[in-house]
Design a protein. Structure first.
Length: 299
């Protein structure tokens, strides 16, 4: 079921499918363990919110999500432990832009693996989607876009930069604990140095949404079989992952990524020893959670 989740979350190079979704979900929790053990329910709820699944679909969707989580638990969580351990070492040393690029590549490769792993199950769902469910998805997309405009495109440049900075600080506070007003001023300067073009981000959202809808309609209109549907979905996922390498906007996205990495490096540089210890302790807790989850059966 994760293809649609992938399509929705590829909006940023720093927000990627399940790993990042789980990290975001756990922002208010002290333990990933609880969140992950209920992740199948959360994912079903998310998907149902977009498609309003009928009783027949609900049965096999829940089964497929459960199977995907079992596979993920058995094969992927140890990799997440390694990623977090690498982050701990880097935080304790001299973290570089090269380190952060490598971390991103590692996360992306695992996210792609997860997305493509789910394609057969996604095809089963796509083959059953009805016109009214596609319409429901379009309404949900429209609402999400309205929410985005209200949150990030309201007001002048100063207001939009402030909204973006607030979102960044939520993540920095999660990792490092509270920053002082002096530290926030430094981070705000680094944040404002990033290119700001919410019209581009919104347009990318709309393009992705339109492609998802177009593929679902093609599957329905042309009465595609399972193999042909998998091929369509494979192309869709590949396109969504590669979209930010498209020639028309690659320069913007590359620049934004570099500027965001510089902001992260700034946060690490100005963090006090106590704040770095806070981040390492949080990562240690997540490492323990993933190690336990990897050895537990799906509940």
């Amino acid at each position: 079921m994760k293809n649609f989740n992938t399509a929705h979350r590829v909006a940023s190079r720093l927000r990627l499918l399940l790993l990042i979704a789980l990290m975001a979900s756990v922002a208010a929790c002290s333990s990933i363990r609880f969140t992950y053990n209920h992740g199948d329910t959360v994912l079903y709820w998310w998907l149902n919110n977009y498609l309003d699944l009928d009783s027949d679909q609900s049965g096999f969707v829940k089964r497929d999500i459960d199977n995907l989580f079992q596979w993920h638990r058995k094969t992927q969580l140890k990799d997440y432990v390694q990623l977090l351990q690498t982050g701990q070492r880097q935080l304790g040393g001299s973290m570089t832009a090269t380190d952060l690029h490598a971390n991103y590549d590692q996360v992306r490769s695992r996210t792609e693996l997860l997305a493509f792993k789910a394609l057969p199950e996604l095809a089963d769902l796509a083959l059953t989607v009805k016109p009214e469910q596609i319409a429901q998805m379009e309404r949900k997309f429209a609402k999400n876009n309205d929410d985005y405009r209200k949150k990030f495109m309201r007001g002048d440049l100063e207001e939009q930069q402030k909204a973006r900075f607030k979102k960044s600080m939520e993540q920095f506070d999660l990792w490092f604990g509270h920053f002082s007003s002096e530290q926030e001023a430094v981070l705000r300067k680094a944040s404002d140095a990033r290119a700001l073009n919410n019209d581009i981000w919104l347009d990318e959202r709309v393009r992705r949404q339109q492609r998802i809808v177009a593929v679902l309609r093609k599957v329905q209109r042309d009465k595609l079989g399972k193999d042909a549907t998998v091929t369509q979905l494979h192309g869709l996922v590949r396109e969504l992952f590669d979209r930010m390498d498209a020639p028309d906007r690659k320069a913007f996205f590359d620049s934004y990524e570099e500027q965001t990495i510089q902001m992260i490096l700034t946060a690490v540089k100005i963090a006090t020893p106590a704040q770095k210890a806070h981040a390492q302790k949080r990562m240690a807790g997540w490492i323990d959670d993933f190690n336990v989850l990897a050895t537990q059966p799906q509940t």
